[in-house]
Ligand binder design. Structure first.
Ligand SMILES: C[S@@+](CC[C@H](N)C(=O)[O-])C[C@H]1O[C@@H](n2cnc3c(N)ncnc32)[C@H](O)[C@@H]1O
Length: 322
């Protein structure tokens, strides 16, 4: 494939991945489109972008929010008009469809996997709603899922317990791509648990023979060693669970129980992936780990980019030991 054609294919893929994950509009490859419009004076690339986004069958099935589609289409129109290219009827038709549509509190986001498959999730539009942060996918979940795709052996054939699963992106990606034997999603918020169950169904995980999947109410403040023994995880993971200084103490106590209660054979492998928004909270977490006799080391980040997210964020993944 010629270099410029390869660029075009990559740009279309970037537009598609960013559109379905509802990434910030500034992160789309607009410069490539701008240059193409300037040099070719044709709307062909815009037409192809439309086919890969608003007119794609995935958008009919799992549409991103009305507001996002409206902003995206308006930006395409603005770019096209600025370059003085032929107007494209389907662009205006697509905009007309969303201009009159009602805004909703929920929307679909789809995260494209390297296999060409997508993980589609029903998420809330607002970052915090119903008193929880668990109804949207956070960057640490995408980071951990990317890491898992590059380290499938950490999950293959294992029983995995995920703490604070939220809407399920990390777990569904691992179930789809890393061949665990059993996957236990968990959280404690009733609406999060309900959405998690719906998303697992949406992605047809429950219908598959393997892995065995369950959703459990595991509250860090209440989970007993007995309960952890029953789950019998040999890999425990969590994304973006270190953010509230008030719950860090109970999380550390739970991690301590997990590391004390090995499944038969080897002690469980414990991986915690965190976005460091507040250095004091994160250092406090590490100090409490140390006090509980838990040491850690930092795991290098994902090597290949799969999902679109803001890579400027400070994200760290650590492995815990007793
Ligand atoms: C910031 S969200 C992260 C969700 C998901 N892991 C992600 O990264 O997208 C934190 C999650 O931890 C859950 N959580 C908070 N406190 C908890 C507790 N005491 N027990 C269990 N889950 C808890 C919340 O319900 C929420 O789903």
């Amino acid at each position: 494939m010629e270099h410029s054609e390869r660029n075009r294919v990559n740009v279309l893929r970037d537009f598609q991945g960013s559109f379905f994950a509802m990434s910030r509009l500034v992160s789309f490859p607009w410069t490539f489109l701008e240059k193409d419009l300037e040099s070719n004076k044709s709307s062909d690339l815009i037409s192809d972008i439309l086919k890969q986004t608003c007119l794609h069958s995935l958008c009919r099935k799992f549409p991103p929010s009305v507001r996002f589609r409206r902003l995206f289409l308006s930006e395409l129109i603005r770019r096209q008009e600025a370059a003085d290219c032929d107007p494209l009827d389907e662009l205006y038709d697509a905009l007309a469809e969303v201009v009159g549509a009602e805004e909703t509190a929920e929307c679909y986001k789809s995260y494209l996997l390297p296999s060409g498959d997508a993980v589609s999730l029903l998420e809330n539009v607002a970052l915090i709603s119903e008193g929880t942060t668990g109804l949207v996918t956070w960057e640490a979940a995408l980071y951990l899922a990317e890491w898992a795709l590059a380290h499938r052996q950490t999950f293959a054939g294992r029983t995995v317990l995920e703490l604070g699963s939220g809407v399920g992106l990390t777990g569904i990606t691992i179930c789809r791509s890393c061949s665990p034997d059993r996957y236990v999603f968990s959280d404690c918020h009733p609406s999060v648990l309900q959405k998690l169950r719906n998303n697992i169904q949406l992605n047809s995980l429950a219908e598959q023979a393997s892995p065995a999947v369950s959703v459990e109410d595991v509250d860090w403040t209440a989970a007993t060693e007995e309960r952890l023994k029953q789950i019998g995880a040999d890999t425990v993971i969590a994304a973006d669970v270190v953010y509230d200084p008030d719950v860090v103490g109970s999380l550390v106590k739970l991690l301590s129980k997990i590391l004390r209660c090995p499944s038969p054979g080897a002690p469980p492998e414990v991986l915690i992936c965190s976005t460091i928004r507040n250095q004091e909270t994160y250092s406090g977490f590490k100090q409490q780990l140390e006090k509980a006799g838990i040491s850690h080391h930092v795991i290098p980040g994902p090597v290949s980019r799969v999902f679109p997210y803001n890579r400027v964020s400070d994200i760290e993944m650590i492995k815990l030991y007793r």
